[in-house]
Design a protein around this ligand. Structure first.
Ligand code: MN
Length: 292
């Protein structure tokens, strides 16, 4: 479990002006409130809000959001009250925790009644402050990372909901990495055999291609440099869920996929952007009909 000083250290790394006393107070308050409650894994419950706060420190969020993450399950699951939280912390933090408590209740009630798209709209309406949604998404991510401790029927319901609602929502908020991790975790729980097959193929492929991504990155950076284009080139392998959805969408086999590796080229100006496109097209032949 994350220690009190670790939480403070993680925030201080990107925000030296953080209010340490506030973070410490939240840590102690939530630890006392959750007391001896346990997670399905048998871990102390308090480890969960701390992990959620940890995910949000990776996103470099402000003190109020980190504190709200630490407190996010206290009103719903413990004797803590909103009035008390607003008084001890701040009305701003109280409002964030209130939003999270409302979302949690929404989760319980409307899941069945409302379909994906509408539920997403409902979430957006309830979470007037975008920080509430960020905590909610981090909460979901940690719950998905620990989903294997849940009984199978619950696992499937939560994974489906993640795929229908939370993953697309993350994508729309511009958090692609979060979206992909949520998708892969859901996919792994919903279609374990297919997930395993694709993962095996991918690791076989990266063994075979060795340092391919890295060597193309270097090659392309050098080629661009030779034309006076300073660029940041990053390559990566597609993720299992995204591969599977493409196979489904196009009814093709793994071997027929032509874009398992992708490269992103970031340049300073529009002119360099077209220049870079030219360099790419003269260096690697394009596949007719596949240009988009
Ligand atoms: Mn939670």
């Amino acid at each position: 479990m994350m220690r009190q000083y670790e939480l403070v250290e993680r925030v201080k790394r990107y925000n030296p002006a953080t209010n340490e006393a506030l973070l410490n107070r939240a840590y102690v308050y939530a630890m006392r409130a959750h007391g001896s409650q346990k997670r399905a894994s048998g871990d102390p419950f308090f480890a969960h809000p701390l992990e959620v706060a940890g995910i949000l420190t990776d996103l470099r969020l402000d003190d109020a959001t980190i504190v709200a993450a630490v407190l996010h399950d206290t009103v719903e699951d413990t004797a803590a009250t909103l009035d008390e939280i607003s008084a001890i912390f701040s009305p701003e933090i109280g409002a964030l925790v209130d939003g999270l408590t409302k979302l949690k209740r929404l989760d319980l009630v409307s899941k069945r009644a409302v379909q994906g798209e509408n539920f997403r709209k409902l979430l957006l309406a309830v979470a007037a402050d975008v920080r509430v949604l960020l905590v909610k998404l981090a909460d979901r991510l940690h719950n998905m990372r620990t989903l294997h401790h849940m009984p199978p029927d619950k696992r499937i319901r939560i994974a489906e909901e993640t795929l229908d609602i939370y993953a697309p929502l993350s994508g729309r908020m511009g958090m692609q990495e979060l979206r992909e991790e949520l998708e892969d975790l859901a996919f792994r729980n919903l279609k374990p055999e297919i997930y395993a097959t694709i993962t095996q193929r991918l690791s076989g492929l990266s063994e075979k291609s060795g340092r391919l991504v890295e060597s193309i990155e270097q090659d392309l950076t050098a080629k661009l440099g030779a034309r006076g284009i300073a660029a940041e080139v990053t390559g990566r392998q597609k993720r299992p869920y995204s591969i599977w959805s493409k196979m489904e969408r196009k009814s093709v086999a793994f071997e027929q996929l032509s874009d398992i590796f992708g490269f992103r080229v970031v340049v300073e100006t529009l002119e360099h952007c077209y220049g870079a496109l030219g360099v790419v097209h003269t260096s690697w032949p394009m596949v007719p009909g596949r240009y988009k």
